[in-house]
Ligand binder design. Structure first.
Ligand SMILES: Nc1ncnc2c1ncn2[C@@H]1O[C@H](COP(=O)(O)OP(=O)(O)OP(=O)(O)O)[C@@H](O)[C@H]1O
Ligand SMILES: [Mg+2]
Length: 258
């Protein structure tokens, strides 16, 4: 990865265990500014866990996570909140509040975390809705939206605070190919428009190769490959090659999934 610019996110030998199960066994990863890092890995390999560690929602059992060179695990509540204002999280199932309309769902972080006026908040909500092509949905309730629309609203909410870093957890899982392509293009254009750094967790290979400037693969608790998308495509590592091709034959065994 680019060595000249300071990484936005760095993980150094990060370990994480849940009870007796060691999910991460020494993850080292560095995300340069404005990269779109796609993290690949089997179901249960710890991808969502990785995002939660970066947000400071989980503490590593060992190693270090840093955001802009600050150690996330050393932050108290106040500094964690300050950091989280700079990070947008786009959840797999959109996680919209069902009792609030689209406008209020998007306005919530601005109302809770900033002192902006109502008219300024409205302006920012409208701006973000326009970015994801959902201006018409402003007054709708989440239940009135399709899955793809909800996903786009989730995306708009993830970027409402103009984050420096956007974390996407399976942004296209379960969507039709056209909506998936729309989301992929949004991820690219958002990172370019607001200059954000992105980490995208996915196991949809089409999306992965479209979106990625960098790729990393999590396998058995470690990053076994960390390279350009081109290098991933040409990889002779049997695990990487099997995952990318979606082959049933290879070192990735059914028994290693959880
Ligand atoms: N809070 C928790 N308590 C105990 N175990 C957990 C917890 N969160 C995750 N795990 C375990 O850690 C492992 C990794 O989970 P994680 O959700 O990070 O996987 P993932 O790679 O995101 O999978 P998927 O692709 O299915 O979303 C799984 O075995 C899971 O059961
Ligand atoms: Mg997950």
């Amino acid at each position: 990865m680019n060595e000249t610019s300071k990484p936005v996110v760095e993980l150094r030998d990060v370990r994480l265990r849940f009870d007796s199960k060691e999910v991460l066994e020494g993850v080292t990863l560095s995300v340069p500014p404005q990269a779109r890092l796609v993290v690949l890995g089997q179901s249960g390999s710890g991808k969502s866990t990785l995002l939660r560690l970066i947000m400071g929602l989980l503490k590593p059992s060992g190693g270090e996570v840093t955001f802009n060179n600050l150690k996330v695990s050393r932050m108290g509540r106040l500094r964690l909140n300050r950091m989280r204002r700079k990070i947008g999280m786009v959840y797999q199932y959109s996680a919209l509040i069902s009792s609030l309309n689209v406008r209020d769902n998007l306005a919530l972080p601005l109302e809770e975390l900033t002192t902006k006026s109502r008219s300024e908040i409205d302006r920012l909500v409208d701006e973000k809705l326009a970015l994801v092509g959902m201006s018409d949905a402003r007054d709708k309730m989440p239940a009135e939206l399709s899955g793809g629309m909800r996903k786009r609203i989730g995306l708009a909410r993830g970027i409402i605070m103009d984050p420096e870093l956007i974390l996407y957890d399976e942004p296209t899982a379960g969507l039709d190919p056209v909506i998936s392509a729309v989301i992929d293009e949004l991820i690219i254009s958002l990172s370019e428009k607001i200059g954000a750094t992105s980490i995208v967790v996915t196991h949809e290979m089409g999306s992965a190769f479209k979106v990625a400037t960098h790729m990393a693969m999590l396998y058995k608790g470690r990053i076994i490959a960390d390279d350009t998308p081109e290098a991933f495509k040409a990889s002779t590592d049997p695990v990487v090659a099997q995952f990318i091709a979606g082959d049933t034959q290879g070192p990735i065994l059914q028994s290693s999934q959880s």
